[in-house]
Ligand binder design. Structure first.
Ligand SMILES: [Cu+2]
Length: 275
């Protein structure tokens, strides 16, 4: 019996499977990929994750289908101990392999670089971000310390509060810093995970796109109560935010007076906690 053309048979199998699976992955898995659509930046991350997954799908299928094909078709016959023919390279296959993988890797590197420039992947652009989005921004300073986050609003008299509320559809300029050790400000649903380092002003832009409750965690092991650095933040209407911030200004008026003036970074001082 003549040996079938395995290369052609396998290629057809793989191409057909990829053509079916890739659109399914984009349509079915794309919308449920993390971190959701809590902010413009989070939606951007979902797009990036979808692109990566779509490009990885044919690669995964290549490996898995080849494995299954080999297990079934190239099985050693019962009782026989056979040596395969000696294979010493395949010029065509090797050329294709190098060309295709190079294109994949280089195009992903370009895509990643462009996307990183756009929003710093929510991890912050340091004290002077390369790209600054245009438009009116609400400045909020995120101050990490063992073991809580506090938030300071320079445009509202420098009031510092223990919980975070943000107005919906408003571009926010977060200034993430720390008073002691290294922490990481992680607001999962907003697509923000930014290093909070002492003496560093890490700027992150985020625009929440709907009213919601989001989680705030510390994402950098920062001491014995690291796990307790957890809170919920809220994205509310502009009116609700105005009311809330006015309340905070009244509530913390005395504390605000005792605080050092607003600055990009601070030195640790136990007396300057908001609560
Ligand atoms: Cu921490």
């Amino acid at each position: 019996m003549a040996e079938p053309n395995h290369a052609r048979r396998f290629t057809v199998l793989w191409v057909v499977a990829s053509l079916i699976a890739t659109p399914l992955v984009i349509v079915l898995l794309g919308p449920i990929l993390p971190p959701g659509n809590g902010s413009q930046q989070a939606s951007g991350h979902v797009t990036d994750n979808t692109v990566l997954l779509a490009m990885a799908t044919p690669v995964l299928l290549l490996v898995v289908i080849y494995l299954i094909y080999a297990i079934i078709v190239f099985r050693q016959p019962k009782g026989g101990v056979l040596e395969g023919p000696a294979v010493r390279g395949n010029q065509r296959l090797q050329t294709w392999w190098i060309v295709v993988t190079s294109i994949l890797v280089v195009s992903l590197a370009v895509y990643g670089t462009v996307r990183l420039e756009e929003d710093g992947a929510g991890s912050g652009g340091g004290p002077s971000p390369v790209v600054v989005p245009s438009g009116k921004k609400l400045k909020v300073q995120v101050i990490a310390q063992q073991w809580e986050f506090t938030y300071r609003f320079p445009e509202y008299g420098g009031v510092e509060v223990p919980h975070l509320e943000l107005p919906v559809n408003q571009l926010v300029e977060l200034h993430v810093t720390s008073l002691d050790v290294i922490h990481s400000f992680w607001a999962y649903q907003l697509g923000v995970k930014a290093d909070a380092n002492p003496n560093v002003d890490n700027v992150v832009y985020v625009k929440p796109t709907h009213e919601q409750t989001f989680e705030v965690r510390c994402a950098e092991l920062c001491g014995i109560w690291h796990g307790a650095m957890f809170d919920h933040g809220h994205v509310v209407s502009q009116e609700a935010f105005n009311t809330w911030i006015a309340e905070q200004q009244t509530k913390y008026a005395a504390a605000t007076k005792a605080l050092p003036p607003y600055s990009k970074t601070y030195l640790p001082e136990p007396t300057r906690r908001a609560e």
